[in-house]
Write a protein that binds this ligand. Structure first.
Ligand SMILES: *[C@@H]1O[C@H](CO)[C@@H](O)[C@H](O)[C@H]1NC(C)=O
Ligand SMILES: *[C@@H]1O[C@H](CO)[C@@H](O)[C@H](O)[C@H]1NC(C)=O
Ligand SMILES: *[C@@H]1O[C@H](CO)[C@@H](O)[C@H](O)[C@H]1NC(C)=O
Ligand SMILES: *[C@@H]1O[C@H](CO)[C@@H](O)[C@H](O)[C@H]1NC(C)=O
Ligand SMILES: *[C@@H]1O[C@H](CO)[C@@H](O)[C@H](O)[C@H]1NC(C)=O
Length: 410
């Protein structure tokens, strides 16, 4: 679920603190060095086939060597046929930062997005970003090597997303409906603005959209973003940002001691803001997440909070930026360049501390030239960040509209 610097950190606090109650820091599926095997402990086996759905595990290699795990739910439980006798249309679902694809599957089959889509005749593909539990393999690197973690969401835009799009397109021969949550919206927006998936994309759904982050105003968030940009190397000195690791826990505790930052209240505030979580689902969530990401990615998020623009990773020195980009400052992603005729459905919540309403307005401002009728925006007053992936009312309020949106754009 989570997102950006301060966002991520808020969510981190949210998930890390309660997680300690479980003691071991090892979920029911454990976590090995490198990738776990997916045959009997993967997401298909633990979360999909147990409900009577078919599910395939896939591996997709990015151009920079990462081997990503994907799940495919090719059909629904009942009536595997698509409407109108056409080939089933593929939907690609992309999770947020610090979690993996399993977060979509924690509620019952009647309530979770992938299975609802499968039951409605779609061919469902679930992505797992590099660094998460089942995507910790690389052609030549090992997660224990710092080089394995030398990336930010720029690389998710440049490598991960194209790899999974190409793979699904190749397997299905059809244009793809995209769904992103949180960081999944960010990389989708950035990618589509650069024209990357133009020929392979049919429509896009953005839940809890994240692009501009400057309106996050919680004390912890602000402190976190500053700390992240300023002290990251000295304080953490690590390449892998493992929310369950000792360094990160110490780091977060130190932030919580800043004047004005009250992590206990924040935790309550964040948890309470999600109107509609099922307690037992939330508990499963806490046991399975959060997942690792690159520290560099967290720094990039913190830069986004600090700078208020959507730009590539800032190397922190003009000469370094020149080396990487040929310019003093990192190039901007221009959201206005998203093809104006791309069908978009966007849904955001009034209580979302991470995808702040003002930041969403800024994002919508950049889409003001979008073709009339191609942009549908849904505002859900009492929804917060996690309601979009785990809310027990999400089917009625959000997912049914997503299904209808896809059916309208076959
Ligand atoms: C699905 O299609 C096949 C052949 O096209 C047909 O025999 C079968 O009855 C259909 N199943 C359902 C549930 O509609
Ligand atoms: C990380 O990757 C960049 C290219 O994206 C490269 O310029 C840089 O040297 C790498 N850093 C390390 C520590 O390997
Ligand atoms: C998928 O890729 C293989 C080669 O890797 C190619 O032969 C095949 O035609 C591709 N299929 C589609 C639908 O693009
Ligand atoms: C909450 O989750 C539990 C366990 O999955 C389930 O039995 C229960 O029906 C759920 N409650 C609601 C309101 O969905
Ligand atoms: C972004 O793209 C739009 C056209 O799609 C253009 O009008 C605008 O000037 C661009 N903004 C920047 C900052 O380059």
């Amino acid at each position: 679920m989570a997102p950006p610097g301060l966002l991520s950190l808020c969510v981190l606090i949210l998930v890390v603190m309660p997680h300690r109650a479980y003691g071991s820091g090892r979920g029911p599926f454990g976590r090995k060095n490198g990738a776990a095997t997916t045959a009997d402990s993967g997401i298909c086996a633990t979360s999909v086939t147990i409900y009577g759905y078919k599910c395939e595990e896939h591996e997709v290699t990015t151009q920079d060597g990462f081997i990503l795990n994907m799940q495919r739910i090719p059909e629904g439980r009942v009536g595997g046929n698509s409407t109108g006798g056409n080939k089933k249309q593929p939907v690609l679902i992309q999770h947020g930062v610090l979690v993996d694809g399993m977060t979509w599957l924690l509620n019952s089959p009647e309530q979770n997005l992938p299975m609802i889509l499968a039951d409605n005749g779609f061919d469902v593909w679930i992505a797992n970003s590099r660094g998460t539990r089942f995507s910790r393999k690389h052609a030549s690197l090992d997660p224990s090597q710092p080089d394995f973690w030398n990336w930010s969401w720029d690389e998710l835009v440049t490598y991960d997303l194209p790899a999974v799009f190409d793979f699904v397109f190749n397997q299905t021969g059809q244009k793809i409906h995209y769904i992103g949550h949180s960081q999944g919206t960010l990389i989708g927006l950035a990618s589509f603005s650069e024209g990357h998936q133009a020929g392979k994309l049919k429509s896009a759904v953005f839940l809890s959209p994240i692009a501009y982050l400057s309106h996050m105003t919680t004390a912890l968030g602000v402190v976190a973003a500053k700390a992240f940009v300023g002290e990251i190397t000295t304080l953490l000195g690590i390449a892998e940002f493992n929310p369950k690791g000792k360094e990160v826990t110490v780091f977060l505790n130190s932030l919580c001691n800043y004047p004005g930052v009250d992590c206990y209240d924040l935790l309550n505030a964040l948890t309470g803001n999600n109107c509609c979580l099922n307690l037992s689902t939330a508990n499963i969530f806490l046991k399975n997440e959060p997942q690792s990401t690159a520290t560099k990615n967290m720094v990039h998020f913190a830069q986004t909070v600090r700078d208020g623009v959507l730009a590539k990773y800032n190397y922190g020195r003009p000469d370094y930026n020149v080396m990487h980009y040929g310019e003093d400052t990192p190039p901007l992603y221009n959201i206005s360049n998203i093809p104006h005729d791309l069908p978009i459905f966007m849904s955001y919540g009034g209580l979302d501390a991470l995808s702040d309403v003002q930041d969403v307005q800024l994002l919508l401002d950049h889409l003001k030239f979008h073709d009339v009728g191609k942009l549908t925006v849904q505002y859900i007053k009492n929804y917060a960040h996690a309601d979009f992936i785990m809310g027990i009312s999400a089917k009625d309020i959000v997912y049914n509209q997503v299904v209808q949106f896809f059916k309208n754009h076959q």
